[in-house]
Design a protein. Structure first.
Lengths: 377, 377
């Protein structure tokens, strides 16, 4: 196992950053969600706001108070993790009385409008919350409020993503030699996964994509029993998780020379990916990064063969805000962690995709994925 | 990899079984959900109803027609899989026009009341469906309608669960010897997982539980860096997936004699688990199976140390209907696949849980998990 010393996370001020988005825009308040409190149910957002890593919790954030509810399994862990993070909250432990605890807290404080993550609760849950948990409040659907805060990563978060990228790099270097033995896609995907786990990853960011020959023409191909042959393009898209944070990287390789058309595809995508990386910096439109990649591929005559957006944010989830695509709105800020992953996909022939994960800086970016970009192994 | 010949699934008649639940109870109709059509968004339910195994699809089931919508990645696969399953549906392929396609179909057929899985869509999705996809219909929340159908497994489903149980059995037999080397819980969990994957499992039913010594007192402990020592109780709860279907089994073992108290715990749980298994048959109340287990443990003075329900259904999901617990309603029917997994958990000391997966028969049950139940390895 790789042991990496990870710096702390700046958790304590996150709840105040969320509260700053509550405002109604009236009476001098900043314009915002127009809520008095936010009921948070998405575990990944509770982790972000409190440092709690367990599998069950609820969080009610009011203007001055915070209620954290979990069950008996997490009595000690929740107290320890919230204290370590510097989060002040009333912690309630209950397996069966959670509804009553939240209900009573909301009644006592008299919240009129309570935010609820519309993308994070089921319709069934929302119906129960509205009628039984918050009968005196109006539940206000919020979309991406906390996810918006999560876009800018602090140093501790970047260190975790960097550690996950490092494990993926090392794992790839350790197992690449086995491609000479003509493994199946499934077999090689397992090798890659097992190696990342042996190196200390707690899990995969997603099931590795191992797509050889014609299979590479499908951007989201799943590993099959097909053997990886010499002279074929092989798309490898994989990442792992360290202390909750994801990595993401794609390399396209070939055991032996894949021929002139494949080499040309590769050179175009490599140039496109470099153009995208070079475009990344604080203040640039996300769509401009996409355009930088897309222009190179269009120039080569393959505009229609670049089948997806250029990239996405990476953090506690493998796909986060912002989207880096033609329709992605907004500009990149320092501390955003995004992928740049253009590709060309030719049906019946194969695909090339090259992807790095980068952290945006005032002047450009730092690349967190370090595996070499040589086509021929 | 293990290669098992799996019999076919009886997919074709499932949509009619769903339609039989539509009725309003008026004008001679069977009482049911009171809907004209059902819009299905849970992928696992779409798989169940159509045989489609891809990662994106929508299904609109009307009284006489079926609309299946997916994107370009699954053009061939959806046509092949629905045809192979004998499902007649209009298949539409679109990445960007799915809303319009579903909207137009609903408008054309004039559905007044459309079922929507309240537990399977987010509040955000429901709001969009109500206003933009089905503006002329009333969306009716359904809970567990299709999941209810899924309780009775056909022969092909049982064969898949049996194959997954068989892989788990073989993997356990293959790696148990390594416990003598004092691996950590994490290391042994990885060995177990890798072995199941090598034997052909497509994935884990859930992250294996490997809980040694005092860690075993937590029913849902996560594997840690703690070494597994001689003479300790070790709880192993694991399962894998074959062609979409899950297995689930728990064994408690010790390398060397764990001492008299641990042996007594084990004997009581073993007797409890046998009592539970013996209680399983068509027509018995689920709660009676729970009581059969619980009575043995209570008799031994550990009523408060059995911290969870006795079991649950297993199939396309690891936790399905029915619940086998004190509050579980309804009776078991032939073809249900359920776990029986009583346990005793003593804080600071450790835990014992023993679990099999069984298929209910008219006269009793068939046990699908076959690993021996010897405490001392």
């Amino acid at each position: 196992m790789t042991t990496v010393e990870l710096p702390g996370l700046d958790v304590a001020e996150r709840i105040d950053r969320l509260r700053a988005l509550f405002g109604s825009g009236e009476a001098g308040e900043a314009p915002g969600a127009g809520i008095d409190a936010h009921f948070v149910t998405r575990l990944v957002n509770i982790r972000y706001l409190t440092g709690f890593t367990g599998s069950a919790a609820l969080l009610l954030v009011g203007p001055d108070e915070v209620l954290f509810v979990t069950d008996g399994r997490y009595k000690d862990q929740s107290a320890d993790q919230l204290a370590a993070a510097g989060v002040e909250a009333r912690i309630e432990i209950s397996g069966t009385e959670q509804k009553r605890i939240v209900h009573d807290a909301a009644q006592a404080t008299g919240y009129g409008r309570v935010g609820l993550e519309a993308h994070g609760v089921t319709w069934s849950q929302q119906r129960g919350f509205a009628t039984e948990w918050f009968p005196s409040a109006e539940l206000v659907p919020t979309e991406g409020l906390i996810e918006g805060l999560r876009r800018v990563k602090d140093a501790g978060e970047v260190a975790r993503i960097r550690a996950a990228c490092g494990i993926a790099d090392t794992a790839f270097a350790n197992v690449a030699g086995r491609l000479a033995d003509r493994p199946t896609e499934l077999e090689f995907g397992l090798e890659l996964e097992f190696e990342m786990r042996r190196l200390g990853a707690s899990g995969m960011s997603f099931e590795p994509i191992v797509a050889a020959g014609p299979n590479g023409a499908k951007p989201h191909a799943r590993p099959s029993d097909r053997r990886i042959e010499r002279g074929e393009l092989l798309v490898l898209d994989f990442g792992c998780i360290v202390d909750g944070y994801c990595s993401d990287m794609t390399r396209t390789v070939s055991v032996g020379d894949p021929g002139p058309e494949a080499r040309r595809m590769y050179d175009v995508v490599l140039e496109s990916q470099k153009a995208g990386r070079d475009a990344v910096r604080q203040g640039v439109e996300a769509s401009a990064v996409d355009k930088a990649c897309r222009d190179v591929i269009a120039e080569a005559g393959w505009a229609d063969a670049f089948l997806h957006g250029t990239g996405h944010g990476v953090g506690l989830e493998i796909h986060e805000d912002p989207r880096v695509s033609a329709t992605g709105r907004g500009t990149l800020a320092a501390g955003y962690v995004v992928t740049v992953e253009p590709g060309v996909y030719l049906t019946g022939i194969g695909g090339v995709r090259i992807e790095d994960t980068l952290v945006v800086t005032p002047d450009g970016s730092d690349i967190l994925t370090a595996s070499p970009k040589d086509l021929v192994l």
